[in-house]
Ligand binder design. Structure first.
Ligand SMILES: Nc1nc2c(c(=O)[nH]1)N[C@H]1C(S)=C(S)[C@@H](COP(=O)(O)OP(=O)(O)OC[C@H]3O[C@@H](n4cnc5c(=O)[nH]c(N)nc54)[C@H](O)[C@@H]3O)O[C@H]1N2
Ligand SMILES: Nc1nc2c(c(=O)[nH]1)N[C@H]1C(S)=C(S)[C@@H](COP(=O)(O)OP(=O)(O)OC[C@H]3O[C@@H](n4cnc5c(=O)[nH]c(N)nc54)[C@H](O)[C@@H]3O)O[C@H]1N2
Ligand code: SF4
Ligand SMILES: [Mo]
Length: 694
C-alpha cells in the first residue's frame, strides 16, 4: 500500500515541512512540502539522508542500563518498565534528599519543550536550560535590548531583499531551506550579496563583494559603517526620527570610529567601507544586515549583534518589505494559539536557577533558555547548591559545551545521568541509562506554532511505526512523571491525545493537517504600518539604541571598542562552524552523510603552514590550554593567516556509533570555557591553539 504523509524534517532544528512517500510500511522518498511557499519540493542533503538514519542498525534500539564504569560502554538491555523504574527510583531518592532543584534538564529546544518544562515545574526545579545560549543567546539579548523581543519573534523577508550583508552567516552551508531558497530567488532577481568572513566559504563564492576580515573585528567594521552612514546622511531619517531612541548618543559615540581607524583593526580598506555604506544605502529599506548565528563568537558578541541590528534600523529595514519583520501570531487575526502543558498551574519554585541567570552575575541572558555553559561550573563548585542529576534530552553537553575535559570532570560528580536520544551520542555513551526516543519519521510530535507574516500551525506526523523498542519523548517524560506522583500534569495517553489537547479552543483538529501538513489562520501577509503601527515592546515604545535593558542592568549602551588581540607569536585563533553535510554533533554516523564527509580537517593558511613545515593532508597536532587532538591539515590560501578552522561535531567517543568513532577532532575539547557575560553565548572563537606536524 502506498501513501503520502506530510510531516516536518528533524535532521536539524529548521523543521522544514516535508512530504514523505511510504510504501508497505517503509519510507521510500522524502521531499519538501510542495504546498509550502519557499519549500516547493526542495530538501537539503541531511533531510534527504534521513532515510538512512531510519534504517541504520547503529541506532539505540532499546532502553539500556549501564553496567560497567561510566563511558566504558557496557550496557544491559532493559524493558521500558525496568528502565523507567530505575530512572524514577533514582530521581525520587535524589529529590527527597536534595530537593527538586538538584535535577537539571538540558535540551535542544524542540516541539516537546513545553513537556520538559512541565516536568521540571512539577518536581519544583527551576533548572531547565536549552541550547539557545550556546547558539544565539547574544543575538537574543541584543534583540531584546533594541526591540524588546527576542530574535525568535523576528525574521527576514529574504526573497524581496535587494542587498544582503552577511557577517559569517554562511547561509549556503549552514542551511535552512526556506531562507536559502528565498535568498537564491532574490539573487536571481539581481539582489546584491556582501559576505564577510575570515574564510572563503561557499556563500563567499556567490557574493558580489567578499571581505576577508581579520577574525573578531566585525564590530569595528560596523562602527565605521555607522560612522559613514550618519556623516553622509545615508540613513532613513523619517523612520529613524519616528522610531529610534538614542540617535544623538550614537552619533557622538561613532564619531571617532572612522573608516581609516577600522582599516587598521579589520584589514578592510577604508575606501571599501565607504563604498559599501553608500551602495547598501541605495537599496534601503530592502536590505538585510543578517544578525547571524555563530560566526564571530567573542566576549563582545552582544554589542556586535546590536551593531548589526542598528544598521538595519538606520536603513529603515525593520518591518519593511525585503527587510526584517516582527512575526505575527494568531492573535493578530483573532485566532488562538495551541495550548501548552506549561499553561497549567504549578506551585511556586523558591530555589534560584543553577546558572545564576537573572542574578547580578548574569542579569540579562534570557531566562526562558538559561545558560548551559554554567553547568560544569555549578556542579564542580556546588554553587549555588549541589546538583545531583542531569537529564539530557536531545542535547549533548560533552560536545556542545566548550571544554569537554571540564564537563567530564563535572559529570563524574553526578549521581544520575539520563540520556533521551536516538543515537549513541557521546552523552548517551556516558550516561547511566539511555531512554531511546523514536526517530522523527516514526513519531507524531507536539504542534509547531509557526508565527510569521502569515501565522500558521504545523504538525510532525508519524510516517511509519517505530522499528525498534523506542518511545516518543513526551511519553517517556509522562511515564517518569507518573512514577514520581506528578502524572496529573500530563493529561494524555498518546501523542494524538496530546495534540488534540493542544488544539482545543483553536477551532482546528488534527484531521485539518492531513491535506497540506499545516493550517493557516489567515490568507494575507501582515506587515505593520511603518509610519505609526509598529508595536515595540521596549519600555519607551521605540527601538532603543540607548537601551534601558542594558543600562538598568549596569551595562553601557555604547561601550568604547576594545581592540581584538592577534594571537601570540606562533599561535592561531581557532574558528569553528558547520558544513552543509552535517548537523552539529548528530549526523556524523548517518550512513550516507558519513560516506560524503567522514572526518573534519584543519584549514590553515598556506604561508603559515609553509613556515611550520606542514603540507596539505599532513596529520597535525592541534593544542590549546585545555585539550589537544590529531587532525589532517587542509592547506589553503582561503583563510586569514591569524586563524585556523574546523567543522564542529567530529571526534565522537561512542564506540557503537562505529562510522564516526574517533574520526577527526571535537572542537569542544580544544575550546576554553569563555563567554559573553551579557548575552550568555560562549566565546567559541577566543581560544588560541598551536599546530605542529606529527
Ligand atoms: N548544514 C547545517 N546547517 C545548519 C546547522 C548545521 O548544523 N548544519 N545548524 C543550524 C544552526 S543551529 C545554526 S546556529 C546555524 C549557524 O549558522 P552560521 O552562523 O551561518 O554558521 P557557522 O558555520 O556556525 O559560522 C559561520 C562562519 O563564521 C565565520 N567566522 C568565524 N569568525 C568570524 C569573524 O570574526 N567574523 C566573521 N564575519 N565571520 C567569522 C566562520 O569562518 C564560518 O564560516 O546554522 C544552521 N544551519
Ligand atoms: N564546541 C561547540 N559547541 C557548540 C557549537 C559549536 O560550534 N562548537 N555550536 C552551538 C550551536 S549553534 C548549537 S545550535 C548547539 C547544538 O547543540 P546540540 O543540541 O547538543 O546538538 P545537536 O547535534 O543538534 O543534537 C544533540 C543531540 O540530539 C540527539 N538527537 C537528534 N535527533 C534527536 C531526536 O529526534 N530525539 C532525541 N531525543 N535526540 C535526538 C543527537 O543524537 C545528539 O546527541 O551547540 C552549540 N555548541
Ligand atoms: S534544513 Fe535540511 S536537515 Fe534541516 S530541517 Fe530542513 S531539510 Fe531537514
Ligand atoms: Mo545553533
Amino acid at each position: 500500500m502506498e501513501k503520502e504523509v506530510y510531516s516536518l524534517c528533524f535532521m536539524c532544528s529548521a523543521r522544514c515541512p516535508i512530504k514523505v512517500a511510504v510504501k508497505d510500511g517503509q519510507v521510500k522518498f522524502i521531499e519538501g512540502n510542495p504546498h509550502v511557499a519557499g519549500m516547493e519540493g526542495s530538501l537539503c542533503a541531511r533531510g534527504a539522508a534521513s532515510i538512512s538514519s531510519l534504517y541504520d542498525d547503529q541506532r539505540v534500539k532499546s532502553p539500556l542500563i549501564r553496567v560497567g564504569k561510566r563511558g566504558a560502554g557496557h550496557w544491559r538491555k532493559a524493558s521500558w518498565s525496568e528502565a523507567l523504574d530505575y530512572t524514577s527510583d533514582k530521581l525520587k531518592e535524589i529529590i527527597e534528599k536534595f530537593g527538586g532543584h538538584s535535577v537539571v534538564l538540558a535540551e535542544r529546544t524542540q516541539l516537546a519543550t513545553h513537556v520538559s518544562k512541565t516536568f521540571l515545574k512539577a518536581i519544583k526545579s527551576p533548572n531547565h536550560f536549552t541550547h539557545d545560549a550556546l547558539c544565539k543567546g547574544s543575538v537574543n539579548t541584543a534583540c531584546r535590548s533594541l526591540f524588546g523581543c527576542p530574535d525568535t519573534e523576528m525574521n527576514m523577508d529574504y526573497k524581496n531583499a535587494k542587498h544582503f550583508i552577511l557577517f559569517g552567516r554562511n547561509l549556503f552551508e549552514a542551511i535552512e531551506v526556506k531562507p536559502v531558497n528565498g535568498m537564491m530567488e532574490a539573487l536571481e532577481k539581481g539582489a546584491k550579496l556582501t559576505y564577510i568572513d575570515p574564510r572563503v566559504t561557499v556563500t563567499a563564492t556567490k557574493a558580489h563583494r567578499y571581505l576577508m576580515i581579520r577574525p573578531g573585528t566585525d564590530l569595528a567594521l560596523n562602527y565605521a559603517l555607522i560612522n559613514v552612514i550618519l556623516k553622509e546622511n545615508l540613513y532613513d531619517a523619517e523612520y529613524v526620527d519616528k522610531w529610534v531612541l538614542g540617535l544623538g548618543e550614537l552619533q557622538a559615540f561613532v564619531n571617532d570610529y572612522t573608516p581609516e581607524w577600522a582599516e587598521k583593526e579589520t584589514g578592510i580598506l577604508a575606501a571599501t567601507i565607504v563604498e559599501m555604506a553608500r551602495e547598501v544605502a541605495e537599496d534601503k529599506p530592502a536590505v538585510i544586515f543578517h544578525f547571524g548565528y555563530r560566526g564571530a563568537s567573542h566576549t563582545n558578541e552582544t554589542y556586535m549583534r546590536r551593531s548589526i541590528m542598528i544598521l538595519n534600523t538606520l536603513m529603515g529595514s525593520v518591518e519593511a518589505k525585503g527587510g526584517f519583520f516582527f512575526k505575527k501570531g494568531p492573535g493578530e487575526v483573532g485566532g488562538k494559539p495551541a495550548r501548552k502543558l506549561t499553561d497549567q498551574k504549578f506551585s511556586k519554585i523558591e530555589a534560584p536557577r543553577f546558572d545564576k541567570v537573572g542574578t547580578p552575575e548574569l542579569p540579562l541572558p534570557d531566562p526562558a533558555h538559561g545558560v548551559g555553559q554554567m553547568l560544569p561550573h555549578a556542579i564542580l563548585n556546588e554553587d549555588p547548591y549541589p546538583i545531583k542529576a542531569l537529564i539530557a534530552f536531545r542535547f549533548d553537553p560533552l560536545m556542545s559545551i566548550p571544554d569537554t575535559n571540564l564537563t567530564k570532570k563535572a559529570l563524574e560528580k553526578l549521581d544520575l545521568i539520563v540520556a533521551i536520544d536516538i543515537n549513541y551520542s557521546d552523552i548517551a555513551w556516558y550516561a547511566d541509562v539511555i531512554l531511546p526516543e523514536s526517530f522523527y519519521l516514526e513519531r507524531t510530535d507536539c504542534i509547531q506554532q509557526a508565527n510569521g507574516l502569515k501565522p500558521q500551525m504545523f504538525l510532525r506526523k508519524q510516517t511509519v511505526a517505530p522499528r525498534h523498542d523506542t518511545l516518543d519523548g513526551a511519553i517517556i517524560l509522562k511515564q517518569i512523571g507518573e512514577r514520581l506522583g506528578i502524572g496529573k500534569f500530563f493529561p494524555y495517553e498518546n501523542m494524538e491525545e496530546l495534540v488534540a489537547w493542544q488544539l482545543e479552543g483553536t477551532g482546528f483538529t488534527i484531521e485539518d493537517f492531513e491535506k497540506k501538513g499545516f493550517v493557516a489562520y489567515g490568507k494575507d501577509q501582515i506587515f505593520w504600518d511603518r509610519k505609526n503601527g509598529i508595536k515595540l515592546k521596549t519600555p519607551s515604545g521605540k527601538i532603543e539604541f540607548k537601551s534601558s535593558l542594558l543600562e538598568n542592568a549596569g551595562f553601557e549602551s555604547f561601550p568604547a571598542y576594545t581592540p581584538m588581540p592577534s594571537p601570540p607569536e606562533g599561535l592561531f585563533r581557532l574558528l569553528v562552524g558547520r558544513n552543509a553535510l552535517h548537523t552539529h554533533v548528530s549526523t556524523q554516523n548517518n550512513p550516507y552523510l558519513n560516506e560524503l564527509c567522514s572526518e573534519n580537517v584543519l584549514w590553515i593558511n598556506e604561508g603559515r603552514a609553509a613556515k611550520l613545515g606542514i603540507s596539505d593532508r599532513a596529520m597535525v597536532e592541534v593544542s590549546s590550554k585545555v585539550g589537544s587532538g590529531r587532525i589532517r591539515a587542509k592547506v589553503t590560501d582561503l583563510i586569514h593567516p591569524e586563524a585556523v578552522f574546523m567543522i564542529h561535531g567530529f571526534g565522537h567517543e561512542a564506540e557503537k556509533a562505529g562510522r564516526s568513532y574517533q574520526k577527526g577532532v571535537s572542537d569542544a575539547v580544544l575550546q576554553e570555557s569563555i563567554m559573553d557575560k551579557i548575552g550568555g553565548s560562549p566565546a567559541l572563537h577566543d581560544t588560541f591553539v598551536s599546530v605542529k606536524r606529527v
